[in-house]
Design a protein around this ligand. Structure first.
Ligand code: CTP
Length: 421
């Protein structure tokens, strides 16, 4: 599947560097021409000869080791790439990429390339969770860099947690998907291009985004909620902010740091979210309802911690208000965007929600998959409007999807304005 593709594989200095050998071999077997760049750290873990033998190409480690006088190696490599893949990527290379440092062959080539970039991080669980690393990764995502999330499990350092390099087979699958979806490269570069040109099409516009899961209390220490991490809603808020909007982010329970530069309103229950959204709705231009809203709440909320009594306990629940449906009824100039998380019959349920709740767009995803949806950094979505499918976006970062959602919202604002004129 990778015939005719040139992949520059950057290997950095972590114990997972040994897995890069299998990765290089699989990419080559799939037909790709693989040029390997190793950092000095990587050569401590795995030999250049191994990668040279597997790729059947010279391996680069030193910016100044110019073997062919007719070209400048780092520029030549950067220009030749259809894809730049960094696996494993340490916290250090991620930080260098975020800040644009160029102090070795790999970081210099990365600055020189205009090819799409895919990064597979691998590091200790605490390093991965560190706000600096997360912030740097977000910066990269916002630039359209595709992240292949690390797995969870026993790490070489002895810790158990998130930080293990994704398996080489999985990374190859992501690379193949990337090339299979020909349009995505163009789309990503469009978004990146718009950002680089500092176009701020949402300047002067008010955008409300809801994110995370709402929480319905049973008693002071127990509650009902759901698996939403807030990542998708946060990515949408960040995208709207980058496009110049004044963003109010109304967030329930979340598992990641909210973006900077937005007005954050924390809420707990569906009713709280309803009140906060409805108050701001009249002056909003765009509302994106990415929150996973609890449909039911306990009829009685105990004031004190409930004590166990009988063998069975019945918890009676009653319906919460439907925020999106209420907005749909009150809608005037606002572009209203809902989400539909489904485990089956995605299109049918999504179109049904769009009509019932009077949305302009609905973003649907299949939450039965492991590699997309709740808690992951990536998602695969279909976006519908009243006339049916608008766009199907193959597995990519939530940040890239968020930018696309906001671009579609902008198109609809423009249509509104033209209709009024
Ligand atoms: N939503 C809402 N208020 C609710 C329930 C859902 O605003 N009480 C919004 C969500 O934020 C999302 C969209 O409606 O944008 C669809 O949510 P989802 O949970 O998928 O749908 P439901 O309306 O709950 O339908 P069902 O339970 O039948 O799947």
């Amino acid at each position: 599947m990778l015939h005719g593709k040139t992949i520059v594989l950057g290997i950095t200095g972590g114990i997972a560097a040994y897995k890069a050998a299998a990765l290089c071999s699989k990419l080559t077997q799939a037909g790709a021409t693989v040029h390997v760049i190793m950092t000095k750290g990587a050569t401590q873990f795995i030999s250049e000869l191994t990668l040279q033998t597997l790729s059947r190409q010279p391996v680069y480690t030193d910016t100044f080791d110019e073997r062919d006088p007719s070209v400048v190696s780092h520029i030549h490599l950067a220009d030749s790439a259809d894809l730049f893949l960094i696996a494993p990527a340490t916290a250090n290379i991620i930080a260098k990429m975020a800040y644009g440092l160029a102090d070795d062959m790999l970081s210099t080539s990365l600055l020189a390339t205009t090819a799409p970039i895919m990064v597979a991080p691998a590091m200790n669980v605490h390093m991965y969770a560190h706000p600096a690393v997360q912030q740097n990764m977000n910066t990269l995502r916002e630039r359209g860099v595709f992240m292949v999330e690390p797995g969870e499990g026993l790490l070489a350092c002895g810790y158990v947690g998130k930080g293990r390099l994704a398996e080489p087979e999985y990374i190859v699958e992501q690379v193949e998907r990337f090339f299979a979806d020909g349009s995505r490269g163009d789309r990503l570069s469009n978004v990146v291009g718009a950002l680089q040109e500092q176009q701020k099409p949402l300047t002067g516009r008010a955008v409300i985004v809801t994110a995370g899961g709402t929480v319905e209390r049973i008693d002071p220490v127990r509650y009902i909620t759901n698996d939403s991490s807030g990542k998708m809603g946060f990515a949408v808020a960040a995208a709207a902010r980058d496009m110049g909007a004044t963003v109010t982010l109304i967030a329930g329970q979340t598992q990641v740091e909210p973006p900077e530069g937005v007005h954050l309103v924390r809420v707990e229950s569906t009713q709280d979210m309803y009140d906060a959204v409805l108050e701001l709705f009249p002056t909003a231009d765009v509302v994106v309802k990415a929150a996973a809203v609890a449909d039911y709440k306990p009829v009685i909320r105990a004031e004190q911690k409930m004590k166990k009594t009988a063998d069975r306990l019945m918890l009676e629940l009653e319906r919460n208000p439907d925020i999106l449906a209420t907005l749909g009824k009150q809608k005037q100039q606002q572009v209203l965007i809902g989400f539909a998380a489904e485990t089956n019959d995605v299109e049918r349920y999504a179109m049904d929600k769009l009509r019932r709740k009077n949305c302009d767009l609905i973003v649907a995803n299949d939450v039965s998959r492991d590699d997309a949806g709740f808690r992951t950094d990536n998602n695969e979505v279909q976006i519908y409007d009243r006339n049916g499918l608008v766009e199907s976006i193959a597995l990519t970062s939530k940040s890239a999807i968020a930018h696309r959602i906001m671009e579609l919202a902008i198109e609809r604002i423009v249509q509104e304005v033209q209709a009024v004129e």
